[in-house]
Design a protein around this ligand. Structure first.
Ligand SMILES: [Zn+2]
Length: 68
């Protein structure tokens, strides 16, 4: 999948260690993503910035999205 170019890292959100919602793993790859503006409008999220951060679980590859 081309994701294994970096070592996965632990992630802290607001003082809490992020654990994968699916498998409970604590290591993630970090990606910045450009969001589709049309999709954002459709979801009524125009207030959000056009970029988001996603953390991809190194075990099951579930993607955890954060805006801004
Ligand atoms: Zn996982």
């Amino acid at each position: 999948m081309g994701l294994k170019d970096k070592e996965p890292q632990t992630v802290e959100i607001k003082g809490n260690v992020l654990k994968c919602h699916v498998c409970g793993n604590g290591y993630f790859w970090n990606r910045k993503a450009q969001l589709n503006t049309a999709a954002m409008s459709f979801l009524n999220l125009d207030w959000a910035n056009k970029s988001a951060i996603c953390f991809i679980c190194s075990e099951c590859t579930y993607i955890h999205w954060f805006l801004g």
